[in-house]
Every structure is written in C-alpha cells, then in structure tokens.
Design a protein around this ligand. Structure first.
Ligand code: ATP
Length: 232
C-alpha cells in the first residue's frame, strides 16, 4: 500500500468522470488552476507531496491527496489512469515532472497538460509527446510586456501573430457607427465587443455607435492590434 493521505467527499475512483480533472502539483500555479476549475464546476483531484499544502486545500477541491506522484502505484490507487484530463503542475523539480509525465503517457491519458519552467524543460516534455506545454512565467511576462508597451488594459495572444486586446476607445471614433468607421480597412483590426460605461459587454455590430469611455475588444494581427490600442 503506497503511503498517502487522502481528503475528500467520495471515493477518488468516482471522481474520474468526464467532468473531472486531476492536477498534480499544487504550488501557486497548480492551486490557482485547480481552484479556477472548481469555480467552473469541474470535479478536481489535487495531488501534492507537501502535507501542509494538501491540508490548506482540504474542502476547497473535490479531493486532495498528499502523495508522491512519481510512484506508479500511487497514481493507480488514485485512479489516475481513468482520467481523461490531467495537468502536471510540477515545475522546479524537473526530474519529478518528467517521471510523472512518462507515467501518464504510459497510462494513455487522452489530454495531458504540463507546466515547463524553461525552454529546455518544455522541449523535453514536447519530445516525450506532451501536446500542451504551458510556460506560465514566460507567457505572463510576454503578456505584461505587451500591456505595458501599448496603452491596453489586457492582451491575449491567440496565436504567434494574432491577438485580442482590451482597450479604451479612441476619442476619434466616438459617435461614429462601427460600420462607417473604416477601422478594419484602415487599421487592420476588428472591434468584436463593446462595453459602454456602467453597462454589460455586448457583441459589436456594424450599427454599434461607440461612446466616450467605452471599453472595446479588438482582434487582429498582433502588431496592428497593438498599434490600434496605442491610439487610445
Ligand atoms: P509554482 O510556481 O506553481 O508555485 P514552483 O515552481 O515554485 O511552482 P514546483 O517545484 O513546480 O514549485 O512544485 C509545485 C508543487 O508540486 C509543489 O507544491 C510541490 O510540493 C509539488 N511536487 C513536486 N514534486 C512532487 C511529487 N513528486 N509529487 C507530488 N507533488 C510534487
């Protein structure tokens, strides 16, 4: 019997429903991810080697277990092979990350995401066959760089050269119907949604008339979306 402590409402084997996600490693990234999944209505099994972390999350996740995830026997006892979606949120301990990755690949889990702390770590995970490698620090650094450089409120890179930007509307477009604004033709971007001050977000149409203080969501090639936001 592998040594682990288990906290939860039901048998962990029953967590492995279509709506379930296992999060291995509950550092800052893993915890934030697991809690957001819970908010979203998913059933979450969290695993971490540190007992104090597991205790602090007791009651906040569907199940949380103190265990060493590099042990195949432990993962089997927790029914990890039954899960469709597993996130490996172990970073600094690259050896543990790789060991867990190879076990999950052996279990043929359909969807595996893994956190990488460096390009070399990410490359190894890719080469092992992990399709979804995430680089939280690197990605957030790049995102903040774009926000700082443009005068935008938020920036999401959809692809390497395509972005979505949240920005305040430039005074030059106030009072103009989007259909008459020529924003797409002149600036190469599309206004997809608008939030008038004090109101909810709504989809933008050709008939939307922008008002002073509006916040807009704009999509387009990264450079053009940035340039457009700097006009604001
Ligand atoms: P973060 O930035 O998310 O806080 P970190 O890089 O500082 O993460 P990591 O080394 O990535 O820290 O570890 C994340 C979590 O994974 C830690 O809480 C750690 O206890 C846990 N962890 C590390 N190795 C194992 C393991 N073999 N089994 C289970 N949990 C582990």
């Amino acid at each position: 019997m592998a040594k682990h402590r288990f906290f939860g409402r039901t048998d962990p084997a029953r967590v492995a429903s279509a709506n379930a996600v296992a999060v291995i490693g509950l550092g800052r990234f893993g915890q934030s991810l697991a809690l957001e999944l819970m908010k979203d209505g998913a059933e979450v099994l969290g695993i971490d080697a540190r007992e104090e972390v597991v205790q602090s999350l007791n009651g906040q996740l569907t199940h949380v277990v103190a265990a060493d995830a590099t042990q195949e026997q432990v993962l089997r006892q927790l029914s990890i092979p039954e899960f469709d979606r597993v996130v490996i949120a172990i970073g600094s301990d690259v050896q543990a990350s790789i060991l867990v990755t190879s076990l999950l690949l052996r279990f043929s889990i359909p969807q595996i995401w893994a956190k990488a702390v460096s390009d070399a770590h990410g490359l190894i995970l890719h080469q092992l066959g992990i399709p979804h490698v995430v680089y939280p620090e690197k990605d957030m650094g790049r995102r903040v760089a774009h926000i700082v450089r443009g005068s935008m409120q938020d920036f999401i890179e959809i692809d390497s050269d395509f972005a979505m930007v949240k920005t305040e509307v430039h005074t030059g477009f106030v009072g103009i119907r989007l259909g008459d604004s020529e924003i797409r033709r002149k600036h190469g971007v599309t206004v997809t949604s608008v939030k008038h001050p004090g109101e909810h977000w709504e989809a933008a149409s050709a008939d939307t008339v922008l008002r002073a203080g509006d916040t807009i969501l704009v999509t387009g090639p990264t450079k053009q979306a940035e340039r457009f936001s700097r006009m604001g």
